[in-house]
Design a protein around this ligand. Structure first.
Ligand code: HPA
Length: 245
C-alpha cells in the first residue's frame, strides 16, 4: 500500500486501534502542523495520523495551518490521505451519525492561506473533481465489504466557522446543491491536490444542519452522534487498510 495518512477531525484526536510507533515534531517552511505526527500500525498496516485541530482539540477551523499540515505529510512521503471530518447534514439522507464519502465541494470559506503557489509562477491546478476518484472508490468498496452503511456521493459545503450557520445560510447552501456542511474541507483538499497527494474524505454527520430539525444544535448532541459515527469510521478505516494489505 502506498503511504497513507489519516487526518482526524473533531471527535477523532486519536485513532482507536492504532498501535503507536513514534511521534514526530515536524517543521515546514509554513510553520508547524497542528500536532505531532504519529506513525503507527492499524490492522497490521503502517499509517500516519495527524489530529487536524491539535491534540488536545484546541485549534478552530479558520486557525488551522492547513499548509503546514499538508506540507509535513508530503515531507514524510505520504501519497494518499483519508481526511475525516465532522459535518452537519443538509440532505434528507444525511442523518446524524451517518457516514458519507463526498465527491464534490463548494467553498464558502474566506481569508485562509489556501495555496502553495504564492510567490512563484502561478499554477492553476485542475479541481474539477476535488477528491481522488480512485481512492474514493477503494473506500466505498471497503465499506461495502465491511457492511458499513455510507453514502457514496455528496457535495460538501465548507463554511468559515467557528459559529454554526443560520437557517437561511443552510437554505441557500441546499439550493446551491450542498448535501453536507463542514468547516475544514477547504483549503485542505485543494492543498493536497497542489502537492499531488490523492485525497478523499469520510464525512461524519454530527447533527442536522441549522433549520433542518427542531430546536438548537447543542455540543452535547454533536458529541453524542459523533461518538457513534466515529466508531463506524474507525471500523471503516480498519477495513480499508486490511483490504488493501
Ligand atoms: N455546520 C458546520 N460544520 C459542522 C456542523 C454544522 O452544522 N456540524 C459539524 N460540523
Amino acid at each position: 500500500m502506498t503511504k497513507l495518512a489519516i487526518i482526524g477531525g473533531t471527535g477523532l484526536t486519536h485513532l482507536e486501534g492504532l498501535n503507536i510507533i513514534k511521534h514526530e515534531q515536524i517543521n515546514t517552511p509554513y510553520g508547524s502542523p497542528s500536532a505531532e505526527i504519529v506513525t503507527g500500525e492499524l490492522n497490521q498496516c503502517q499509517i500516519i495520523f495527524l489530529a487536524r485541530h491539535g491534540n488536545p482539540h484546541l485549534i478552530a477551523p479558520h486557525k488551522i495551518n492547513y499548509r503546514a499540515n499538508l506540507w509535513a505529510l508530503k515531507q514524510l512521503g505520504v501519497e494518499q490521505i483519508i481526511a475525516v471530518a465532522a459535518v452537519g447534514g443538509i440532505s434528507r439522507d444525511m442523518a446524524p451519525a451517518h457516514l458519507a464519502i463526498p465527491d464534490q465541494i463548494i467553498d464558502y470559506s474566506y481569508g485562509r492561506k489556501h495555496t502553495f503557489f504564492e510567490e512563484e509562477a502561478v499554477t492553476h491546478i485542475d479541481f474539477t473533481y476535488p477528491y481522488n476518484q480512485e481512492l474514493r472508490s477503494r473506500l466505498i468498496c471497503a465499506a461495502v465489504k465491511a457492511d458499513i452503511k455510507i453514502s457514496p456521493l455528496g457535495t460538501y459545503g465548507c463554511t468559515q466557522g467557528p459559529r454554526l450557520e443560520t437557517a437561511a445560510e443552510i437554505r441557500r447552501m441546499e439550493k446551491d446543491g450542498c448535501d453536507l456542511v463542514g468547516m475544514t474541507g477547504m483549503p485542505e483538499a485543494a492543498l493536497a491536490k497542489e502537492l499531488g497527494i490523492a485525497y478523499a474524505s469520510i464525512s461524519v454527520v454530527a447533527n442536522w444542519a441549522a433549520g433542518k430539525a427542531e430546536g438548537e444544535i447543542t455540543m452535547a448532541e454533536i458529541e453524542r452522534h459523533l461518538h457513534k459515527g466515529m466508531a463506524n469510521t474507525a471500523e471503516l478505516l480498519k477495513a480499508f487498510v486490511g483490504w488493501e494489505r
